[in-house]
Write a protein that binds this ligand. Structure first.
Ligand SMILES: [Zn+2]
Length: 79
């Protein structure tokens, strides 16, 4: 059995782990940090909360629409 050298993959993994970008402003941050500053972290939390609210509203609309469609189909059934 022959094994291919994994050097290329290792280099890529190291490159990814070496640094990451702030999720808000895109600045380079250490691999153990998600944001470059508490300000960006605060912004991220706020954004996530508004995203969650937006998603909940969308789900509510979809559920309401589905129920409306089912009611329409049921009303159109003969008999
Ligand atoms: Zn930032």
């Amino acid at each position: 059995m022959t094994q291919k050298p994994k050097k290329r993959k290792e280099v890529e993994a190291v490159d990814v782990l070496d640094h990451r970008h702030c999720e808000i402003c895109g600045r380079v941050v250490p691999p153990n940090e998600k944001y470059c500053s508490p300000k960006c972290e605060e912004k991220a939390v706020k954004e996530r909360k508004s995203m969650e609210r937006f998603r909940k509203i969308w789900i509510a609309i979809l559920v309401a629409f589905t129920i409306f469609m089912i009611v329409q189909i049921l009303l159109r059934l003969p008999g």
